[in-house]
Design a binder for this molecule. Structure first.
Ligand code: TEU
Ligand code: CA
Length: 545
């Protein structure tokens, strides 16, 4: 049994959670003011997106100093107070360690630019090849992954924005510096860590063009990644802490190695294959309806194979990089309540540790932006230009952004129905979702059958029902458009059935309709148990005598 099998993590996008000093930007004191809400929800960990010193070109994922607080978010005193106040309520903090790259404003990079050889070796500087970029690799935010520095006559690698320079993990000094950062925060009482794109840290020994892709196959789950992780974990003593690695374009086999307790790497991993089932030909910027058969098969593969090999999944539909699942896979209008609950049940019923992203628990929809000046995200702004340059009309490009932009998940938290949603008392840095009527914490606190109340129950049940936290999982052969699985533990069986479509679907098996109805995304219990209503999610428990 894992110490975190009964736990639930709540992710806070600091910039958009709660603004205490009325400057339109969420901050650390704002979070302190909401700790009672989070304790009442029942979550065990808070993962905070980066709030360290940063020029904010990628909203803090471009760190200029890992030990200092960006003044727009507060002070070190605020952070220490947050850790202490959370602890009083039985909640631990997880900080976001962005160790694949630093901001180009980091002191190490500045010294590298100034010509200090020692610091040039902290990054990946390469000579031009035939007067051009060393390889044809592409940045994940569009354009080349190499930036030329005329004063040095060299290129540096940046897998993300040009102001996010990739660190050279081959250099033991870099690894030691990063260990010091972990020790620093661990000593402050932080309860866990999230590691940003940590499966990209080990770059290949040979630098070559990618003739079939953007270069990712050379550095994803790279040659020394497991070695580096083991070293980082052992030397900082975090093997038994709550840790999660963000794994970009990874495989089940790799995630087994990252998370199997005997490997002493990480507690769990985020993988993203299930969030690409609406990408046409794997391209995020080509729209397609979600393929629910593929979604079901991906869940089945990841759940069953990780289980069989003693791996552990982080369970999630939403984060700060994703459009809102309720708008993507549910119905954020007519069936908002039913589909919001159903998607919650689908995630929380599985084997792993569930993550809730702020606003998910009240069914926050996509932003609904219709003009380019409403967007803030560097990736969205870059891709808008790329789409336009590739011949898309303004309307087409905006339609794609409305579905795919990361800003969909970054709109400020809807606490109340007031003009500034109780988030701030002035215009926030990013607009609220266009469609927000009836969607607020205040409103849903009053209702017994709200999405919020349902999430509270899901979190509670994981603590009470061993079959949920410890049970084995097996996927059921349910009709297309539905996803079903069973969990089993010590004579108890839990059956979860979810309908992802806007029409009723017949569920043939008698055996799945038996037992006590534990949860239903509809307020009224089913009249015909052999049917799943539109967007219905249903969980039953059976006890074998
Ligand atoms: O994200 C890594 C990442 O590759 C994606 O989620 C990315 O946003 C998407 O693939 C683009 O289509 C992490 C952070 O979560 C993200 O916010 C940062 O921008 C990124 O790393 C760089 O630090
Ligand atoms: Ca503020």
């Amino acid at each position: 049994m894992r110490s975190y099998s009964k736990s639930c993590v709540y992710q806070i996008y600091v910039k958009s959670f709660a603004d205490s000093n009325k400057d339109g930007i969420g901050d650390i004191p704002g979070i302190i003011g909401k700790l009672d809400y989070l304790a009442d929800l029942g979550v065990d960990y808070l993962w905070l997106t980066p709030f360290f010193t940063s020029p904010m070109n990628d909203n803090g994922y471009d760190v200029a100093d890992y030990r200092r607080i960006n003044p727009c978010f507060g002070t070190m005193e605020d952070v220490e107070r947050l850790i202490a106040e959370a602890k009083k309520r039985g909640i631990l903090l997880m900080f976001d360690m962005v160790f694949n790259h630093t901001s180009t404003e980091h002191e190490w990079f500045r010294r590298a630019l100034a010509g200090e050889k020692e610091y040039q070796d902290y990054y990946i500087f390469k000579d031009p090849v035939d007067g051009k970029e060393p390889t044809n690799w592409q940045s994940k935010f569009g354009g080349s992954a190499w930036e030329f520095v005329p004063s040095l006559g060299k290129y540096y690698l940046h897998l993300f924005d040009r102001t996010q320079a990739d660190l050279n993990w081959e250099n033991p000094k870099v690894r030691e510096e990063l260990k010091q950062v972990i020790r620093f925060w661990k000593d402050k009482g932080v309860g866990g860590f999230r590691f940003d794109v940590v499966n990209l840290i080990s770059k290949p020994a040979v630098w070559e063009d990618d003739t079939i892709g953007d270069g990712r196959r050379f550095y994803t789950d790279g040659p020394h990644v497991h070695e580096y992780l083991k070293e980082l974990v052992a030397d900082t003593g975090i093997a038994d802490m709550m840790t999660v690695g963000e794994m970009s374009s990874t495989s089940v086999e790799q995630c087994i190695r990252y998370t199997r307790p005997s490997e002493r790497e990480l507690a769990m991993a985020f993988s993203f294959h299930h969030l690409k089932v609406d990408y046409k030909d794997g391209d995020k910027w080509s729209l397609m309806e979600p393929d629910f058969k593929q979604l079901r098969d991906l869940f089945a593969t990841w759940q069953e194979q990780m289980q069989d090999a003693d791996g552990w999944n982080a369970l999630f539909f939403n984060n700060h990089d994703q459009p809102r699942a309720i708008s993507r896979f549910g119905d954020d209008d007519t069936y908002r309540r039913e589909s919001g609950k159903m998607l919650g049940l689908l995630i929380h019923g599985m084997r792993g540790t569930p993550y809730i992203y702020q606003g998910e628990e009240i069914g926050t929809p996509n932003a609904g932006f219709t003009t380019i000046d409403e967007y803030r995200d560097v990736e969205s702004l870059n891709y808008y230009e790329i789409l336009r340059a590739n011949g898309k009309s303004e309307a087409e490009a905006l339609e794609i952004l409305a579905e795919r932009s990361r800003d969909n998940g970054r709109t400020p938290m809807l606490w109340t129905e007031e003009e500034y949603a109780g988030f701030s008392e002035r215009e926030p840095w990013l607009a609220f979702p266009r469609n927000r009527k009836g969607i607020s914490v205040e409103e849903q606190m009053q209702q017994e059958d709200s999405i919020l109340a349902f999430y509270r129950k899901l979190i509670q049940l994981r603590k009470e029902l061993a079959v949920l936290s410890e049970g084995d999982i097996r996927f059921l052969d349910t009709p297309e458009g539905t996803i079903g699985y069973e969990r089993r533990f010590e004579g108890q069986r839990l059956i979860v059935l979810c309908n992802l479509c806007d029409r009723a679907i017949a569920i043939p098996s008698e055996e799945w309709q038996q037992g006590e109805l534990l949860l239903d995304s509809y307020e009224q219990p089913p009249t015909d148990v052999t049917m799943l209503r539109p967007y219905e999610g249903r969980a039953r428990v059976q006890n074998e005598k």
